[in-house]
Design a protein around this ligand. Structure first.
Ligand code: BG6
Length: 478
């Protein structure tokens, strides 16, 4: 059976992981520009200044800044209906505090959107994907300071006004619930507490982190309100990293642990963004952890009014939780107990297409909003053959199984899923490890972990497979 007519097939990237051109045309430094490279064995470092003999992969990334025309032509060749991308805040307001935006930065995204529309590809734009002007981290400790809400609103109003008529779908913050994890301090909230250096083991202060996350939630609601006011035609979604957990055993204690995990990691932000208020379970959580949030009456009103039009999610894997001893596995943001029924990727993430169906159903049962999957994918080691081909049956297999799971979600469960954007449709820098070697793309970018290479693009086998799947609207998955 084909997918519903008009289903949005496409791919996703983020400015800091694909663009490069970190100092081109007036762009300011962003937080992501200060992350060194790493591997999954040696963590990335967060440096305060640019250190000699260190490589900063996000500064070069896949050089989309200079290859966007070629890259968009390749997306069009695959038949993309939608391209999820983000705007780098620091291209528009280099420090975040200027009163006037940087025209060259605005012009760059105009050119990208025009190029997409030339091929009939709809842009789906994330306003903030794991970066902010570095200056705001240095001066305010990122989102820890309430003043950043106003600076963000200025940026949002600038871009929504400028791209009215060109961008119909907006997302506020990428994986905003990453702020419920210590890893989210720097990457998601722009917080760099004194002593922070190691990306995986940052200095964490729950009071600071949860207050910053509250500021971000208010900013998200304000972005929804501003976008609706400026462009009543546009739709604004949230973006949640779904990191579902199953109880490992029938022990009721495992069930309680799983329920707590769902609430504190999956629903904590989503409840605010979809229902307009924090869940009841937050009160004991804050109390137990000595967190005292400053939530004003005005904040409550904004959260209530600024709920989203649709729900977007990333989904890569599931984990188990248990109170018993069990081997663990790593994961996207969060690892967990090993599930004996699932295989893992080269980077140890558990692959679970049925979990996608389960998760999307849970979301719809809770919120009854239209849903789009804006990230799903497989990071793997690829080999570029001498003739320019890349054979990636593992990626095709992962994709096929997740598309089948989406079909079941739509047809058998009657959930209004309206699109799917594969993560890293063009190879890009890994957010967690800074590697290029962890490749997600249908398009291979000839660049290594140190930014060396021709940056030429090559079509992988999965490129042709996805092209066929899109052409048949999900019917031909052979
Ligand atoms: C998501 C992020 O968490 O996972 C992306 O939104 C990220 O930015 C993706 O790249 C895959 O994770 P990684 O660490 O393999 O790049």
């Amino acid at each position: 059976m084909p997918f519903p007519k008009g289903f949005l097939w496409g791919g996703a990237t983020a400015a800091n992981q694909i663009e490069g051109g970190y100092d081109c045309d007036g762009k300011g430094l962003s937080d992501a520009d200060m992350l060194t490279n790493g591997t999954h064995l040696s963590p990335r470092r967060i440096t305060k200044t640019t250190e000699e003999n260190c490589y900063y992969p996000n500064r070069t990334a896949s050089d989309f800044y200079h290859h966007y025309k070629e890259d968009i032509a390749l997306m069009a060749e695959m038949g993309f209906k939608v391209y999820r991308m983000s705007i780098a805040w620091s291209r528009i307001f280099p420090t975040g505090e200027e009163s006037e935006p940087n025209e060259a930065g605005l012009a760059f995204y105009d050119a990208v959107f025009d190029e997409l529309h030339k091929y009939g590809i709809e842009p789906l734009v994330t306003l903030s994907h794991y970066e902010m002007p570095l200056h705001l981290t240095e001066k305010y400790n990122g989102w820890a300071d309430r003043h950043v809400i106003d600076l963000f609103e200025k940026y949002v109003r600038t871009v929504v006004t400028r791209y009215r008529g060109k961008v119909k779908y907006w997302l506020t913050f990428n994986e905003i619930n990453c702020g419920t994890l210590p890893l989210g301090n720097y990457m998601s909230l722009g917080i760099r507490n004194e002593g922070t250096d190691n990306f995986l083991h940052q200095v964490d202060d729950l009071q600071i982190r949860y207050q910053a996350l509250h500021h971000q939630l208010v900013a998200s609601a304000k972005a929804v309100l501003a976008a609706h006011e400026i462009d009543p035609e546009c739709k604004v979604g949230n973006m949640i990293a779904m990191m579902p957990v199953y109880p490992l055993t029938p022990d009721p204690k495992d069930q309680l642990k799983a329920q707590k995990d769902w609430r504190l990691h999956q629903w904590y932000c989503a409840d605010v963004q979809c229902r307009g208020a924090y869940g009841n379970y937050c009160i004991p959580f804050w109390k137990e952890n000595g967190i005292e949030l400053n939530i004003t009456e005005e904040d409550r009103r904004i959260l209530k009014e600024g709920t989203v039009d649709f729900y977007s999610l990333s989904y890569y894997q599931t984990n188990c939780v248990t109170v018993h001893d069990q081997a663990t596995v790593s994961g996207n943001l969060l690892g967990g107990a090993k599930n004996p029924y699932l295989e893992t990727s080269d980077w140890g993430w558990q692959i679970d297409p049925d979990g996608l169906r389960f998760t999307v159903n849970e979301i719809y049962d809770r919120y009854q909003l239209p849903i789009i999957i804006v990230e799903n994918g497989l990071g793997a080691k690829d080999h570029l053959e001498a003739d320019g081909t890349v054979h990636d049956p593992y990626r095709i297999d992962y994709l096929r199984r997740h598309i089948e799971a989406m079909r079941a979600t739509i047809e058998l469960d009657n959930v209004p899923l309206f699109g799917y954007t594969w993560w890293g449709c063009i190879d890009l820098v890994s957010a967690s490890t800074g590697e290029m070697a962890k490749r997600y793309g249908f398009i291979y970018v000839d660049c290594d972990d140190y930014g060396k290479g021709s940056f030429r693009r090559y079509r992988k086998d999965s490129f042709y497979w996805y092209q066929k799947a899109i052409q048949s609207n999900g019917e031909d998955l052979d």
